[in-house]
Design a protein around this ligand. Structure first.
Ligand code: KIV
Length: 269
């Protein structure tokens, strides 16, 4: 049975942890579904993880929709959430609805995510939800607003009132879940206990209802990018590098292709 937004709420109510990861392509999505993740986010982190940019600000809507399509095909039984990139929802509620619709109709996503809990983001979330599309919120560190924030900053309890206000405004608007990014553990735990909807942490400690990581980071494919909240479960970059070097030397030494890799004449000998 396909996992949907209701299964996340059920997990929160049962005290079961929600497992999620980003994915940007068919093959990774297929493996994540096989591993049993509860939802996959096609994050705007694609700009950094796949396109080598320094921030998420360059994530392009058309590109994101194309990658969402690939992920949806790879994970047909998993909740797939498309991350609305910078510039795709700021202008107006109608711009937000129009672009959210594209994630579902063209990308095959089941829901969208947008950043922020100020009055503008809450209004966009409400408009999208009113059009029948489930929305996930995102508070704490907001990568799309780093220019305004002056960098990547963890949210500590001096920002408690603002954080609580934003999270409750998003819940009130009808979002089905909220990502907590880089929030002091104690604060994230308290807010998780007070909200009815599930919270998904990245750098927000142990007590959110679920966890998400950027898949390239946890697979060891992000070079020396090593923020405190990431755990590398494998160092794939060195495994891949070793295979690439072996291929190169075998081609140069004439060891590849071997006889077992070639087609011979079909004539009877
Ligand atoms: O784009 C992304 O990967 C995200 C996660 C940090 C939650 O928004």
């Amino acid at each position: 049975m396909k996992k949907d937004i209701h299964s996340l709420l059920l997990k929160k109510n049962r005290g079961e942890k929600i497992v999620s990861l980003t994915a940007y392509d068919y093959m990774t999505a297929r493996l994540e579904e096989e591993a049993g993740v509860d939802f996959i986010l096609v994050g705007d982190s694609i700009a950094m993880a796949v396109f080598g940019e320094k921030t998420t600000l360059g994530a392009d809507l058309d590109v994101m929709i194309a990658h969402t399509k690939a992920v949806s095909r790879g994970a047909v039984n998993t909740l797939v959430i498309g991350d609305m990139p910078f510039g795709s929802y700021e202008r107006s509620d109608s711009q937000a609805v129009k672009n959210a619709v594209r994630f579902l109709s063209e990308g095959g996503a089941d829901a969208v995510k947008l950043e922020g809990g100020n009055s503008r983001s809450v209004s966009r979330a409400r408009a999208i939800i009113d059009s029948g599309i489930p929305v996930m919120g995102h508070v704490g560190l907001l990568p799309q607003s780093i220019k305004q924030a002056g960098g990547y900053r963890v949210v500590y309890s001096n920002k408690r009132d603002e954080l609580f206000e934003e999270a409750f405004a998003l819940q009130q608007a009808g979002v089905f879940s909220i990502v907590f990014e880089c929030i002091e553990e104690e604060l994230a735990a308290e807010l998780t206990g007070k909200l009815e909807i599930p919270t998904i942490g990245i750098g927000a400690g142990r007590y959110t209802d679920g966890q998400i990581l950027v898949v390239n980071d946890m697979l060891g494919l992000s070079g020396d990018f090593e923020p405190r909240f990431v755990k590398k479960y494998v160092q794939l970059d060195s495994i891949i590098l070793e295979a690439l070097k072996k291929f190169s030397s075998e081609v140069r030494d004439g060891k590849f292709p071997a006889d077992s890799n070639v087609y011979h004449s079909r004539e009877e000998k």
